[in-house]
Design a binder for this molecule. Structure first.
Ligand code: F3S
Length: 392
């Protein structure tokens, strides 16, 4: 293999196979990535997050590749959501054959030393801080980590993140380099100057903005979202575009440290009529929220909205296992309504959701993914509308 990237003596020995075949293969993946992206060297990372954890997305080939690996990760590493909750998978509607295969996938990752915390919101586990280099692969988590936390990660593929986890390093290119984190396009949201935007419109704004900006780095200049709204905005832009970093003037950390020059940049306006046009009313047979997985505040809001109500159709709320564990009383209050709070999985990566004809969601990312990944129609609503439909 032609190597254009600087490797230190230990990296060279790994590449030569002195530390086993798996490490050698993982180093080959990093060297290949480094060559494609013109990286000059590898840099150490502090954590990794690996996608390709649901058997629905990786299938038999992915499972047997994972089972062939023989090494341990070198940094704290977590997984993206899998295809089912680890415990109540039968109740959730997952078949036995799928469950068996999914358990084998989890076991393969566990053998590699990966913590089987399966979530697209690993930042709630407090494994990353401002300025740290990481190798994360879930697109919404990458957008949040880069933009809201101010950490540094490229949008890794599953194998690239796993290779980085096992070697403990990643090629130094793209968003690891400060000079590449400057905005490339300005986005304005019509109507925001008249006051706060409706809290639940950020997923829709991200859905529309992602289609316009593609893989450029947008800077929003006239909005003031909360952390949960930033999460919804970034997840949707990563789904309809390929946004791995965005800035919101005076809100996200790098806009308070660097002074970005935006004078010569293209300006895009997201119009209110287009936002409202996404909230189309169609009949649904299930409701699912928590894409990305719910925060503690979002669970509390849902508990408040559901108080005194009973569900009339399946209502699933997805959150990280750790967030559920830390908010047991709120989860119990939600479940008194008949809604189910589910860990480890989500409405997109679980085959259990494929049985529905139309699913109501509160997320721009789910609006983009549910039709293709679940073969169901998707309806976008605010969280209050989701509760209304699930309990009417
Ligand atoms: Fe997370 Fe699944 Fe949405 S992985 S971001 S809840 S599609």
């Amino acid at each position: 293999m032609v190597i254009t990237m600087y490797l230190d003596a230990e990296d060279e020995r790994i590449l030569n196979g002195e530390f086993g075949e798996t490490r050698q293969k993982m180093m080959e993946i990093l060297v290949a990535l480094g060559r494609v992206y013109d990286a000059e060297r590898l840099i150490p990372i502090t954590s990794a997050q690996v996608s390709g954890a649901s058997y629905k997305t990786i299938g038999a080939w992915g499972l047997s590749w994972l089972q062939s690996l023989d090494a341990r990760v070198a940094v704290p590493t977590v997984l993206n959501p899998i295809g089912m909750p680890r415990e109540q998978w039968q109740e959730f509607g997952v078949g036995e054959k799928f469950a068996r295969r999914q358990q084998e996938v989890l076991e393969a990752y566990r053998r590699l030393g990966i913590t089987v915390e399966c979530t697209c919101t690993p930042y709630y586990l407090r494994i990353t801080e401002f300025g740290e280099h990481m190798a994360w692969s879930e697109s919404s988590a990458v957008a949040y980590a880069n933009s809201v936390v101010g950490a540094r990660t490229n949008r890794e593929g599953g194998p690239g993140a796993l290779a980085a986890a096992i070697i403990g390093k990643t090629p130094y290119y793209g968003l690891h380099i400060v000079a590449n984190r400057r905005p490339g396009v300005v986005v304005d949201v019509e109507g925001s100057e008249r006051g706060a935007l409706p809290a639940d419109h950020y997923g829709a704004i991200g859905y529309l903005a992602g289609r316009e900006v593609g893989n450029r780095i947008p800077i929003f200049t006239n909005i003031r979202p909360t952390r949960d709204q930033l999460k919804a905005l970034g997840a949707a832009m990563a789904a309809t575009g390929a946004v791995a970093l965005f800035h919101v003037d005076k809100i996200t950390p790098e806009t308070r440290i660097f002074s970005f020059e935006t004078g010569g940049l293209e300006r895009i306006t997201i119009e209110q009529k287009d936002i409202e046009g996404l909230f189309e009313e169609i009949e649904v047979d299930a409701v699912a929220v928590g894409c990305p997985h719910c925060s503690a505040d979002e669970l509390a809001e849902l508990a408040g909205l559901l108080k005194g109500r009973q569900t009339t159709k399946p209502f699933y709320i997805f959150a990280a296992r750790g967030v559920i564990r830390d908010n047991r009383a709120i989860v119990a209050a939600i479940e008194r309504s008949g809604a189910r709070v589910i860990a480890d999985t989500c409405m997109v990566v679980s085959p259990a959701m494929d049985r529905f004809r139309a699913i109501m969601v509160d997320s721009g990312k789910a609006l983009a993914y549910v039709p293709n990944m679940c073969g169901a129609l998707a309806r976008l609503g605010t969280r209050a509308e989701c509760v209304e439909v699930a309990t009417s």
